[in-house]
Ligand binder design. Structure first.
Ligand SMILES: [Zn+2]
Ligand SMILES: [Zn+2]
Length: 176
């Protein structure tokens, strides 16, 4: 099964390439960058100044029948679901689509200081996490596992950057 990354309002070509490279090392599946015509303005909440991730996924579902595999929508904009202040990502459990925002993975969001290495580490963890949900995994209690829940950036940094031995068996084509 293939993995497709669809950048939407995503501005770092270097980060995108590094993510593709890293996922390529870890999965035997092909990692493809695709172009989806989604106008995020349609999903912007004026009140919250954020974008409603569930609606973005719903829009993507209409446009992606031709892609057989898992799809990660990748964006720089800040995303939300109504019950939460913000989210890093959202995924359909055991289905095709997920979305990941790197808005709050940037270290400058917290400290004002840019850290590209840390940004890449966080992006890989959260991309694997959302993919894990698409492969049917729920949250894991093992802090070494990337499927541990991460409501805030501290948890993203603390948890491991790969799947635990229990979770890994659910991930098709995962090499290490
Ligand atoms: Zn999760
Ligand atoms: Zn696990």
């Amino acid at each position: 099964m293939e993995i497709f990354i669809a950048p939407i309002k995503f501005y770092s070509a270097v980060l995108l390439q590094n993510l593709v490279n890293e996922l390529s090392k870890r999965f035997s599946s092909g990692i493809h960058v695709i172009d989806l015509k989604i106008n995020l303005d349609d999903f912007f909440s004026v009140d919250r100044k954020q974008y409603f991730s569930t609606q973005i996924i719903a829009e993507a579902m209409k446009l992606t029948d031709e892609f057989d595999g898992k799809i990660i929508l990748l964006t720089d904009v800040d995303i939300f679901v109504p019950v939460l202040t913000f989210i890093f990502g959202e995924a359909q459990l055991n289905e095709k689509h997920s979305i990941l925002s790197v808005c709050r993975l940037h270290e400058e969001f917290y400290s004002g200081i840019s850290n590209e290495k840390l940004l890449l580490e966080r992006t890989i963890k959260e991309a694997l996490h959302e993919l894990g949900h698409c492969y049917g995994l729920r949250h894991c209690l093992d802090w070494d596992c990337v499927m541990h829940s991460s409501p805030g950036i501290e948890e993203v940094d603390i948890k491991g950057d790969t799947f635990c031995s229990k979770c890994i068996s659910s991930i098709e084509g995962y090499k290490h």
